[in-house]
Design a protein around this ligand. Structure first.
Ligand code: NAD
Length: 240
């Protein structure tokens, strides 16, 4: 248990977004120089886009997956892993990110609500398999051997995120909710702060800017994730 801002904290939920990986060199969603500057999201990240131009969508995700090998977790990822291993209560980490930087930063529990770049989903047998090569519309599912049925195992616009029930249960019982590097534009994640707050949690936002949902938080720490996250983790562990 830790003492934080005049209250005891036993259960923490941390939500991360693209901003936590920005300083590792992974482009964010909408920032200047972000991922989508060159692409309309509707041409890339929807089931309709995949049906219309699968080659473009395969190429986009193959490139993003291949780039992961040239980036490293940063101090914000490793600080959260420290919090998870040393905090005497529970820390549930949920990310909108599809990269693997939390895992490589040392986190053993990561809930990937928007899926992962390093997995492919078979639309024939519904199995998810590790992505090990570049994929195209004749790739074969390793589980059922169907050809041409693999798609990136990421949650596209209009699709339902993974693990929602589990996340809602965690939000309902946490004492502290921390959102890091997320713009508050993508639902349902943008609504987690309200959910946690209504259930009695203290809420903290870390973002280098004012976000669309900043005013919904009790506390805002404006700054870079690599500075603000280790600072907050130190504070929580010192008072534990
Ligand atoms: P977003 O791009 O909409 O917003 C990023 C937020 O991070 C912004 O509010 C920005 O101010 C903040 N930010 C940028 N750099 C920061 C830094 N160094 N320190 C602190 N804050 C910083 O991202 P989002 O809200 O996560 O959008 C959700 C969608 O983006 C998800 O669907 C997710 O799958 C997708 N996405 C994931 C990745 C990834 O896996 N790394 C990258 C791009 C997009």
């Amino acid at each position: 248990m830790a003492y934080f801002r005049n209250r005891f904290v036993q259960r923490i939920v941390v939500l991360t977004g693209a901003g936590i990986s920005a300083e590792s060199g992974v482009p964010t969603f909408r920032d200047k120089d972000g991922l989508w500057e060159k692409h309309d999201p509707m041409d890339i990240a929807t089931p309709e886009a995949f049906a219309r131009d699968p080659a473009l969508v395969y190429r986009f995700y193959n490139e993003r997956r291949n780039k992961l090998s040239s980036v490293q977790p940063n101090l914000a990822h490793t600080a959260l892993a420290q919090l998870q291993s040393h905090f005497p209560g529970e820390v549930f980490l949920v990310t909108q990110n599809v990269d693997d930087l939390h895992e490589r930063g040392g986190s053993e529990q990561v809930c990937h609500m928007h899926g992962q770049l390093q997995a492919m989903l078979c639309t024939a047998c519904n199995s998810s398999s590790p992505a090990t090569v570049d994929y195209n519309s004749i790739s074969v599912c390793p589980a059922c051997t169907s050809r041409g049925t693999l798609r990136p195992d990421v949650v596209w616009f209009g699709e339902i995120p993974y693990f929602i029930e589990e996340i809602e249960t965690q939000l309902a019982s946490c004492d502290l909710f921390i959102a890091i590097g997320t713009s508050g534009l993508v639902y349902p994640a943008a609504g987690f702060v309200q959910h946690a707050r209504l259930c009695g949690a203290t809420t903290v936002e870390i973002n280098r800017e004012i976000s669309d949902v900043t005013e919904l938080f009790h506390h805002q720490r404006q700054g870079l994730a690599t500075i603000e996250v280790p600072g907050l983790v130190r504070e929580l562990l010192q008072q534990a």
